[in-house]
Design a protein around this ligand. Structure first.
Ligand code: TRP
Ligand code: ZN
Length: 892
């Protein structure tokens, strides 16, 4: 049975377009109250089409006139409704000219042509182009665009679009014109236009084939000092894509524009990437190390789309992971090459386990290639992006680096200029490598996180070690039974003397992951055993090295096993994972002690492991910082939700108690390491300095949580800080642990110093939204009325309301339900202003089944939303899907 929601679109209903548009000419007349757009489309009907009517998509457009081959149509010859223009008959080949009026000034959804400050800018992915003019707004219609922009010279000296600038001229004493031409055929979602008063920094890149590319980053004049890092990152990304994928840039210029109001991180429009200012602007004064890394990876991500997305694009939006999964994989390889591979892998695994696994276990679970949707904007998800990247990474692991590269070369060559599917990608990988990926394809079609249950047996007399692996996958909406996945399980065995060399066999391959050789077991049946001969003693298995697959793994490690892995495994991810598992065990035990009223004590093995970590300066400091970070409350809640429901208050209480205890037990070690890690050289966001600051600030945070006396140390660091990383770490420590006066004083001081920098104001909002004290809710409410806060600005909303709902669990889940009501009312308002942001903000409520003692209140809030009149499709889809019967739904 099919989903009976109105407006549901299904992958299986895909039909090729009835017409192609070889050329698209757009003329924009921009003014202060509206924009008039004239589009001329060279259209031809596909040969297999018999109908001679033409339907073009369009939303929120005022149609002024429509002509076919130069003749204006009369009212009887066409029909206009809310989302389309239907022309009853058109010739096989013709030119369609539409004049429409749009109102960018009133466009608060930030999709289509809109205003951000004094700028005109566009965002067309996924279906925003239809808010600019009537069009075949689908990615398999690719056209060569020529764009003419007319605007007032004084307000909009800079006029940009895709491709190359052909001409500029003065129209009259006040207006001027620019004409842009993009020679590469592209779908409408890659169209972009910017008009405004912008300054730029310029640089150049020489390609491998010696072409000179002019690079520019356009920003407001005041931000010219924040472009250096993005420019350097761009050049590194361009070089890397040549070296690692053999991909060169294909236009003579490459432009980036920063805008303040943007729904996502950035957009890969051909030759004219548009960025959320928070993802491109940075300097040490205003940006943290994490911010520098984010800029580098997003600049690279958007640049890499030029091949994985633009030259080869998606056939339909269900194939979104074709470009996003692959490009996230590529930017991850790049970041890994530029920084610390182990830490990058830990961050990825953490994000996946905390947030993507939760998505995959919840009411919005969907395959990497979804099969149906109401609103495509709701499918820019962790599953499509992050799990999609893991799927590509598993192909890389299964094929090996060389075959994978042959596969990507074949894919780009075979499909250059085409709009293709995930299937085409997998087939290119198969054809180039000879590896059969038939069963592997289940990763694209089956939702849910696979679970591996592993048992082992050691036969001392035969010196034989056997691992038995069972896989299963819980039901998800519309999918109850799931045939087995192909899961590359990288592993090793830790013996008394260290890691054992493992023999290869048909099922046990040796593979390089992150420069280290591991055995990779190909797990592809519901249950199977792997036998290792010649093993001298019972080993400790080191499993899922490098997080080789996005799965949950269960094996009964003793705490001593975990300590052995933490200390001695050759794989950084496994060491970190063992530390997490040990901490989770200790936290669980403490939780039981609290519930049963016993006295709470912590396992001495954890403390002694910490002492070792803090005192071993041969270890990568960034990895040590990750190992000392306790599992987040969000992750602990995700785990608990699978064991009968999360008790947020208990999780918070126990985790806090462990921070305090650990901080006290290893205070001396924390303090001396804090001292040793000081940096006396000028700030650089390089791997080495980032690692030191990360560990040093981790030490500071434990010190402050263990004893109020260390607030002075934090205050000193705040005053002396030469960069935002150190300053905001100290600010956070004080805001979380200081008494009211100290906290309010320092927050006010920070605000007064940085109120002129919007990006810093957002960090200031973020810190406050996350403070776990009992004034959090009223603090957030007060900040929503602050002069700096604007509900129309997505960065503000994410920093304040998003942080509150996602990173302040005890307050979002207040027992009186006030946290839910706050979110519900913000979502209600945003539903009118910006549906994309509203439906994203709403996601924490969709996990209502996970919370013990809160389910009813959370569901009631969703029901209140469901009863709102005029729900956008975005919000409607999330609300209605989270309220439907629980997970094991009927077959589709
Ligand atoms: N394609 C963009 C990326 O690189 C995603 C994106 C940017 C987007 N802005 C958007 C998606 C607006 C939907 C709506 O990931
Ligand atoms: Zn992307």
């Amino acid at each position: 049975m099919r989903d009976d929601n109105p407006g549901t679109i299904h992958l299986e209903d895909y039909r090729p377009p009835a017409y192609q548009i070889s050329r698209t000419d757009l003329h924009f007349e921009l003014s202060e109250d509206c924009a008039v757009v004239t589009s001329t489309l060279q259209l031809q009907r596909e040969e297999d089409q018999s109908k001679d009517s033409l339907q073009l998509q369009g939303e929120q457009l005022e149609l002024l006139s429509v002509k076919v081959d130069g003749r204006e149509l009369t009212g009887e010859e066409y029909r206009v409704d809310d989302d389309a223009l239907l022309i009853h008959t058109v010739p096989v080949r013709c030119a369609i000219e539409c004049r429409t009026r749009i109102r960018p000034q009133e466009n608060t959804a930030l999709s289509g042509l809109y205003r951000s400050g004094g700028l005109f800018c566009t965002q067309c992915e996924a279906e925003g182009f239809r808010r600019i003019t009537y069009y075949l707004d689908r990615p398999d219609v690719m056209s060569v665009f020529t764009v003419t922009v007319d605007a007032e010279q004084r307000r909009y000296p800079v006029l940009l679009s895709n491709g190359n600038l052909k001409e500029t001229f003065v129209l009259d004493e006040s207006r001027h014109r620019a004409i842009w031409h993009d020679p590469h055929p592209k779908p409408a979602y890659l169209f972009a236009l910017v008009a405004g008063d912008l300054a730029y920094v310029e640089d150049h890149f020489r390609t491998a084939s010696h072409r000179d590319i002019r690079l520019r980053i356009y920003v407001e004049e005041k931000d010219l000092d924040k472009c250096g890092h993005a420019m350097e990152s761009l050049k590194r990304a361009m070089r890397w894509d040549e070296e690692v994928y053999g991909r060169e840039y294909d236009l003579d210029i490459f432009n980036i524009v920063a805008v303040d109001d943007f729904n996502m991180g950035a957009m890969e429009n051909k030759g004219l990437n548009i960025f959320n200012a928070s993802c491109v602007l940075c300097n040490p004064e205003v940006t943290t190390d994490a911010g520098f890394q984010r800029v580098e990876s997003i600049v690279a991500h958007e640049y890499f789309h030029n091949w994985s997305g633009n030259r080869v694009t998606c056939r339909d939006w269900f194939q979104l992971s074709l470009k996003e999964g692959f490009t996230v994989f590529r930017d991850g390889q790049f970041s890994s090459d530029m920084g610390s591979p182990t830490v990058k892998r830990i961050e990825d695994a953490n994000l996946l386990r905390t947030a993507q696994f939760a998505e995959d276990a919840g009411p919005m679970a969907h395959p990497v290639r979804p099969e149906s949707c109401i609103e495509i904007n709701n499918f820019y998800t962790l599953t499509v992006y992050e799990k999609g990247a893991e799927v590509v990474r598993m192909i890389h692991t299964l094929l090996g680096a060389e075959s994978f590269r042959r596969g990507s070369d074949l894919y780009f060559e075979r499909h250059d200029g085409q709009a293709v599917t995930c299937e085409d990608f997998v087939r290119a990988m198969e054809d180039a490598s000879g590896v059969d990926l038939t069963q592997f394809r289940n990763w694209y079609s089956q939702a849910g996180t696979p679970e591996l249950d592993i048992n082992d047996e050691y036969d001392a007399s035969a010196r034989r070690y056997t691992l038995t692996v069972e896989q299963s996958c819980p039901p998800t909406p519309g999918q109850s039974e799931k045939p087995p996945f192909v899961i590359p399980l990288a592993m090793g065995l830790l013996g008394r003397e260290g890691n054992l060399a493992l023999p290869s066999s048909e099922r046990i391959r040796q593979t390089e992951i992150g420069n280290k050789t591991h055995a990779v077991l190909t797990v592809d049946r519901l249950r199977q055993s792997f036998i290792f001969e010649g093993i001298p003693d019972r080993p400790v298995p080191s499993l899922l090295r490098g997080f080789s697959a996005p799965v949950r793994l269960r094996y009964h490690y003793s705490r001593d096993d975990l300590c052995a892995l933490m200390r001695g495994d050759s794989d950084g991810f496994v060491r970190w994972d063992a530390a997490q598992s040990l901490a989770i065990e200790v936290l669980t035990e403490m939780g039981q002690q609290v519930v049963s009223g016993e006295s709470v004590d912590i396992d001495a093995r954890l403390t002694s492991a910490w002492v070792d970590l803090l005192n071993d300066d041969s270890l990568d400091a960034a990895m040590v910082a990750e190992m000392l970070r306790l599992p987040s409350e969000e992750y602990l809640a995700e785990l608990a939700s699978r064991r009968g429901g999360a008790d947020v208050d208990l999780i918070h209480q126990v985790r806090d108690a462990l921070c305090l205890q650990l901080g006290r037990s290893v205070q001396g070690d924390l303090l001396s390491r804090y001292g040793d890690l000081a940096i006396d050289r000028p700030y650089k966001p390089d791997a080495q300095q980032i690692a030191r600051r990360s560990l040093r600030n981790t030490c500071l945070s434990y010190l402050v949580s263990s004893d109020a006396a260390f607030l002075d140390l934090a205050t000193e660091q705040y005053r002396a800080a030469s960069n935002m990383t150190d300053r905001i770490s100290a600010l956070r420590a004080i805001a979380f642990h200081g008494e009211d006066d100290l906290r309010d004083g320092i927050l006010e001081n920070f605000y007064q110093n940085w109120r002129h920098e919007v990006l810093v104001v957002n960090q200031w909002l973020q810190v406050q939204a996350a403070i776990p004290d009992d004034q959090a809710l009223s603090r957030v409410e007060a900040l929503m009325s602050h002069a700096e806060f604007d509900l129309h600005n997505p960065n503000n909303v994410r920093a304040l309301v998003g942080t509150f709902a996602n990173q302040n669990p005890v307050n979002f889940h207040r027992s009186d339900g006030a946290g839910y009501r706050l979110l519900g009312s913000v979502v209600t308002e945003l539903n009118r202003i910006n549906p994309q942001i509203a439906s994203r903000l709403l996601l924490p409520l969709t996990r209502w089944r996970n919370y013990r003692g809160r389910k009813d209140m959370m569901r009631a809030e969703l029901e209140r939303l469901a009863a709102q009149p005029d729900l956008s499709p975005d919000v409607f889809e999330i609300v209605s899907k989270s309220l439907r019967e629980s997970a094991p739904a009927r077959m589709n």
